[in-house]
Design a protein around this ligand. Structure first.
Ligand code: GZL
Length: 322
């Protein structure tokens, strides 16, 4: 037994300290994250939003969330509002690549770190954001092109006319998925993109543009390349209404890997979907904590993604998380 009363008191205090601090830790304000989301334009976006909200709740992070309805001015307004509210960190999925320097400089001047999720930006100064977590869209386009090259190699030496439904004009996924796809298919001069137009990543616009492609009967359409599954699903409706068999008369390649795509593949109406993982929430929350804590973080974080041809759709569908 320790005889020295002073040492005994100090030891007792040291042992009691964690218990005393616990309530103080619990009182420490939770981290506040301001998030500006592109909109609610697709199944992919719905899954992305759900992942972010669930992960914030799980992490005990206070999430301020704004849906920009695919308008850049609404994202700028939301980011300015988060600056005014002095949030700890801002994250957003930029609807288009350019036009962010001014508002990101305002965030930097306010000492609020910014994280990019899902889509990249083109800025003069890369220090305007702490990190970018999202898919490699150029590689997604290449994967789509490689699938078509392999399919074309199995058919006779006929020309294959491709129509393309692009994503939102000026957005990173639209620019990069086009770039990757064209980079790969140029290996086979029989593969020609004869029409290309934005379907704005939505089912409705995808259907509308595909109807216009089908009406211009000057050249047969052999392949549809859609930058996301929602536009492909809209196009499938247009192709059926034109009396053609989607997935048979017109081969369809799309990107995202949402549940609707697997159901279309099971029905024989879509040929392949290239996965683009929307479940970024947990990684974003950890990144937000690390950035606020001043820990070193990677400037570019990518996610692993697969390619799902129709042949595996039925087996894979039960495993899909979005
Ligand atoms: C890709 C994402 C795209 C999806 C679309 O990461 O930005 O936006 O492919 C969504 O479905 O609208």
């Amino acid at each position: 037994m320790m005889k020295n009363p002073i040492r005994r008191t100090l030891l007792a205090a040291a042992l009691a300290l964690p218990a005393l601090c616990a309530p103080l830790n619990a009182l420490a304000a939770p981290l506040v994250l301001g998030f500006s989301q592109v909109g609610a334009e697709s199944e992919w976006r719905t899954a992305n939003t759900a992942s972010i909200k669930a992960a914030a709740k799980e992490a005990g992070i206070t999430l301020k969330f704004a849906d920009a309805q695919q308008k850049q001015e609404n994202q700028v307004k939301a980011i300015r509002s988060y600056i005014a509210q002095k949030v700890d960190v801002i994250a957003f999925s930029p609807v288009v690549e350019s036009g962010w320097d001014t508002v990101l400089k305002e965030a930097k001047a306010a000492g609020i770190p910014v994280i990019l999720t899902d889509r990249a930006v083109k800025v003069s100064d890369p220090s305007l954001y702490a990190s970018f977590i999202g898919s490699d869209f150029v590689e997604e386009g290449r994967k789509a092109g490689r699938w078509l090259l392999e399919r074309a190699a199995r058919t006779p030496a006929a020309a294959l006319n491709i129509v393309e439904l692009q994503g939102t004009v000026g957005s990173a996924p639209a620019l990069d998925r086009k770039k990757g796809f064209e980079e790969v298919i140029k290996a086979n001069p029989r593969l020609q993109i004869i029409r290309s137009q934005s379907g704005e990543f939505t089912r409705a616009k995808g259907k509308e543009v595909m109807e216009a492609f089908l009406k211009a009967r000057d050249r047969k359409i052999d392949v549809l390349y859609a930058h996301n599954d929602d536009m492909a699903i809209g196009a499938i409706q247009a192709i059926e209404e034109a009396g053609l068999k989607p997935g048979v008369d017109i081969a369809i390649i799309s990107i995202d890997g949402v549940r609707g795509a697997f159901e279309a593949m099971k029905a024989g109406k879509l040929n392949v979907t290239v996965e683009c993982n929307p479940l970024l929430g947990p990684q974003l929350m950890q990144l937000a904590r690390d950035v606020v804590a001043g820990k070193p973080v990677e400037k570019r974080i990518t996610v692993n993604e697969g390619v799902y041809p129709a042949e595996v759709a039925a087996k894979e569908l039960p495993n899909r998380k979005y």
